[in-house]
Design a protein around this ligand. Structure first.
Ligand SMILES: [Ca+2]
Ligand SMILES: [Ca+2]
Ligand SMILES: [Ca+2]
Length: 300
């Protein structure tokens, strides 16, 4: 009995060693399995989560549930010009995952299934400040009429040619309306561009209220890349030369989704839009950056 017990333990030890050896071998294989030219499954470890106000509870009052701060470029306006609620563009959450060797994955969550908004032709997107000067470099947008398969169709990346995104005061409203160019230059459109596989989108196969977006990690500086990101849904204004909106549209002309803002309510020129606050990725902000949520601002 003693002998067989010893041999049982030996077998366990050998299996354990084999498992350990295989385990250390399996890890790098995982990265190699990721296709550098087509996105795949979205990793779930180390995901950054950003929450956004939703308005289903105040929709019947024809107003937003707070969260709209024109002066910081935070918009909570998933309503049409008559203040009818558009739940299929009401952002509730955004996730970012950078664990894949080849892809940065973004998941954009809204209140109702995206398909419900097909006739409004909204765009789902992300704005990126890649040199951390509070001025966006890129705006990626994806049309919502799409399947649960990854595709570059309807995916566009715009760049800004005057490096004046945000006018004289980035993020904050300029004193006078700005003539800065906004996002005026197309660098990717449905596979046309320097890299035909740069950016992809799909409706999440597991949740019809989620748009998945994949951007090549190398475009954002690879594993160590530092950038600010924030997501958008855009149905009313889709002229990207009007960004930043609070420099190109006066507050009084933009209107307000909040009845408390008596002189501004209801929505006027700037309707059918939602975004999140600006979120740092790959770094911890050490100086004040406008438009970041309080959690990310340095403590006084
Ligand atoms: Ca929202
Ligand atoms: Ca920038
Ligand atoms: Ca500005």
């Amino acid at each position: 009995m003693k002998y067989s017990k010893f041999s049982f333990l030996s077998i366990v030890a050998i299996i354990t060693l084999l498992t350990l050896a295989l385990g250390s071998f399996i890890h790098p294989v995982y990265a190699a399995e990721s296709d550098p030219n087509k996105p795949g499954d979205i990793p779930t470890r180390y995901t950054q989560t950003v929450h956004d106000q939703t308005d289903e509870k105040t929709a019947s009052e024809k107003q937003a549930n707070g969260g709209d701060v024109f002066g910081l470029g935070w918009y909570e306006r998933p309503f049409d010009k008559d203040m009818t609620y558009m739940p299929y563009i009401d952002l509730s959450k955004a996730l970012m995952n950078r664990e894949d060797a080849n892809w940065v994955y973004l998941q954009i969550f809204v209140v109702n299934p995206i398909e419900e908004g097909a006739s409004a032709k909204p765009l789902f997107g992300v704005e990126l400040d890649t040199d951390l000067d509070n001025r966006g470099e890129y705006l990626l947008t994806a049309t919502t009429s799409r399947s649960t398969e990854w595709s570059t169709e309807g995916v566009v990346i715009l760049n800004n040619s005057d490096n004046m995104m945000g006018g004289l005061k980035p993020v904050l409203p300029d004193t006078n309306l700005s003539d800065s160019k906004g996002y005026d230059k197309e660098i990717f459109n449905a596979g046309t561009g320097d890299d035909p596989n740069l950016a992809w989108a799909r409706i999440s196969p597991s949740d019809p209220k989620v748009m998945d977006i994949a951007i090549k990690s190398s475009f954002l500086g690879g594993a160590k890349g530092k950038f600010i990101w924030f997501v958008w849904t855009l149905a009313g204004v889709q002229d990207m030369s009007k960004l930043e909106f609070n420099d190109h549209i006066l507050r009084v002309d933009a209107g307000s989704p909040l009845k408390g803002e008596k002189d501004l309510y209801p929505l006027k020129a700037l309707w059918g839009v939602d975004n999140t606050s600006r979120i740092p990725s790959g770094f911890v902000p050490t100086g004040m950056m406008p438009g970041l949520p309080q959690d990310f601002q340095p403590k006084p």
